[in-house]
Design a protein around this ligand. Structure first.
Ligand code: ZN
Length: 117
């Protein structure tokens, strides 16, 4: 961890450890408890999945209450502004080789093209 600084907003203290699942690094003062780490890992996992899975993104992505609450939780742990987290998390991170629209959007277009509304 040498050379890394705490990811808590405004803190520049040396890192003591990284969180196991998402790699976020914190100093001794800001390193979350085991309970908070478990909760944050769950939140980060779901936010990562939303950014990579267009179907999940359609259901729980930017503009939904679920997305907002997940971003509020991540912002609290990292000491960031909620708007900053939402801005970063609304970016589509689907890999180019398998980038696609949500299945529900594709099916709606097929139904519309077939004259079924
Ligand atoms: Zn810190």
């Amino acid at each position: 961890m040498t050379g890394f600084v705490c990811e808590h907003a405004g803190c520049r203290q040396p890192v003591i450890a990284a969180m196991p699942d998402n790699g976020a690094c914190f100093c001794a003062e800001h390193f979350p408890s085991r309970t908070v780490r478990a909760l944050c890992d769950a939140v980060v996992y779901v936010l990562n999945r939303i950014q990579q899975d267009p179907d999940l993104r359609w259901v729980m992505g930017w503009g939904t209450e679920s997305f907002h609450r997940l971003c509020v939780a991540e912002a609290a742990v990292k000491g960031e502004e909620v708007n900053a987290v939402e801005g970063r998390r609304r970016v589509d991170l689907q890999p180019d080789y398998r980038k696609r629209e949500p299945e529900v959007v594709v099916l709606r277009e097929k139904l519309r093209a077939a004259g079924v509304e």
